[in-house]
Design a protein around this ligand. Structure first.
Ligand SMILES: Cc1ncc(COP(=O)(O)O)c(C=O)c1O
Length: 373
C-alpha cells in the first residue's frame, strides 16, 4: 500500500467550487495586491484567533523577521530560539542580522524548555538578548506560562512561532496571542494551507500592527513615501481568498486530525513507543503526529518507506549543528535533548482523510518494526 504524508487532493475536492469562485472573484476584480481580499481575511483570522490585529504577509519565515523588526530587534541583538525546530525559526532571526541564541527543548513535548531559557538569561552573555521565539512545535503549545514569566523578568519580547499550531489553545487562549507577536505559516502542508506561500503576524498591539503593515509593504506610509526600510513581504490577495474559504473548515479539519491521533494513541499504547504528549495547558492540532523509540529513526524511516509509507523525520539535525550556523560556535553535546530527538523521532502520516485501512496498515508496520528489533 502507498500512503502519502499528506493528501491535499482529498481536502480540496469537496470545497473546490467555493475555492474556484473565490479565485475567480479576485481575477475579475484584478485587485491582486493587498486590497479588500486581504483586509477581509485579516479580519477573519483575527476573529478566529482572538488577536486584536492580524497582518497578512508573504510566508511564515518573513512573518518572524517582520515581527522582530516591528518589535525593534536589530542587527547584533541576541534572540533565543529552540535548538530543535525547523530552520526558519532561527533563519529568520539571522537574516535580519540578529544572533540566534539556542536553548534546549523539553524531552517530552519537544518544545522550548523554560529551564534551559532561564539558564541562558541568567548568565552573562556577549550579546544583549532582546527577544525569545518559542515554537509551538508539531501542533501543541510551548509552556508559555514559564516563558512569559521569564520575558517579563528579563524585559525581553516574545514572538511565538505558531507556524505549526494555528488553532491550538494554551489554557483556552489561541496560540499566537500570548506573546508580543505570534507568527503563522500557511505553507500548503500546514493545517491551514494556502495554494503557495503565505503567512501572518498576530498581535494585540496597535502600534506594532501598524508598523508591520508598513514594513511588509516596502516601508510605504503613503505610496512612494518610505518612512522605514521595509521589505516586499505582502500576502498575495489570491492566497488570502483561498485561505478565507479554508479557514471556515479549519476547526473541523483539526478535529478530524485529533480523531486520527486518538486512533494511533489507542493502537500504539503499551509498546515501547513514546506517543505525543498533550500537556495539561495545551490542546494539540497535530500538524504532525510524532512518535519516538529508542531505536535509530533512520532505520525506522527506511522500514516505513519500504512499506510504502511516507513517514518523515522532523528534524534530523538540530539547528546548532547545522553548517549555516557554524559561525555561532556551538558543538555536539550542547543541547542533548534536541540532539536525541533528532535521532529518535518519526512523524507518521496524519491528515483528516486517512482511511481506517491506511491507519491500520501504518500501525501494523510500526509493530513489525518494533517487534522485529
Ligand atoms: C516551526 C516553523 N517555523 C517557521 C516556518 C516557516 O514558514 P514558511 O515555510 O511559511 O516560511 C515553518 C514552516 O515551514 C515552521 O514549521
Amino acid at each position: 500500500m502507498k500512503i502519502s504524508a499528506l493528501d491535499l487532493k482529498k481536502q480540496i475536492a469537496p470545497i473546490r467550487p467555493e475555492l474556484d469562485s473565490a479565485i475567480k472573484e479576485i481575477i475579475d476584480s484584478t485587485s491582486f495586491i493587498l486590497g479588500a481580499g486581504v483586509d477581509r481575511f485579516e479580519r477573519r483570522a483575527a476573529e478566529y484567533s482572538g488577536a486584536k490585529y492580524a497582518v497578512g504577509v508573504s510566508n511564515g519565515t518573513d512573518a518572524i523577521s517582520l515581527a522582530l523588526l516591528a518589535l525593534g530587534i536589530k542587527a547584533g541583538d541576541g534572540v533565543i530560539c529552540p535548538a530543535f525546530t525547523y530552520y526558519a525559526t532561527a533563519g529568520a532571526v539571522a537574516n535580519i542580522g540578529a544572533r540566534p541564541v539556542f536553548a534546549d527543548i523539553d524531552k517530552k513535548t519537544y518544545n522550548l524548555s523554560p529551564e534551559s531559557v532561564e539558564k541562558i538569561l541568567s548568565r552573562k552573555s556577549k550579546f544583549k538578548i532582546k527577544a525569545i521565539v518559542p515554537v509551538h512545535l508539531y501542533g501543541a503549545c510551548a509552556e508559555m506560562g514559564g516563558i512569559v514569566r521569564l520575558a517579563r523578568k528579563y524585559k525581553i519580547k516574545i514572538i511565538e512561532d505558531n507556524a505549526q499550531s494555528f488553532g491550538a489553545e494554551y489554557k483556552g487562549q489561541k496560540a499566537g496571542t500570548l506573546g508580543d507577536c505570534g507568527t503563522v505559516s500557511f505553507y500548503p502542508g500546514k493545517n491551514l494551507g494556502a495554494f503557495g506561500d503565505a503567512g501572518m503576524v498576530l498581535t494585540n498591539n496597535k502600534e506594532t500592527a501598524e508598523k508591520l503593515k508598513i514594513l511588509r509593504n516596502q516601508g510605504n506610509e503613503d505610496r512612494y513615501y518610505h518612512i522605514m526600510l521595509g521589505r516586499n513581504n505582502r500576502l498575495d490577495t489570491l492566497q488570502a481568498a483561498v485561505l478565507e474559504v479554508k479557514l471556515k473548515y479549519l476547526d473541523s479539519w483539526n478535529k478530524a486530525r485529533q480523531e486520527v491521533a486518538r486512533y494511533y494513541d489507542r493502537n500504539l499504547s503499551g509498546l515501547n513507543i513514546l506517543l505525543p504528549v498533550i500537556p495539561a495547558y495545551s490542546t494539540h492540532v497535530y500538524n504532525q503526529y510524532v512518535i519516538r523509540t529508542p531505536l535509530p529513526n533512520k532505520l525506522f524511516l527506511e522500514h516505513m518507506q519500504a512499506k510504502g509509507i511516507d513517514a518523515r523525520i522532523f528534524y534530523p539535525l538540530p539547528l546548532h549543528l547545522q553548517k549555516c550556523f557554524k559561525y555561532l560556535g556551538y558543538k555536539t553535546g550542547d543541547f542533548p535533548e534536541g540532539e536525541k530527538a533528532a535521532k529518535q523521532t518519526l512523524a507518521l502520516p496524519i491528515y483528516p482523510d486517512l482511511t481506517k485501512e491506511e491507519k491500520d496498515y501504518i500501525i501494523q508496520s510500526i509493530k513489525e518494526f518494533i517487534g522485529g528489533k
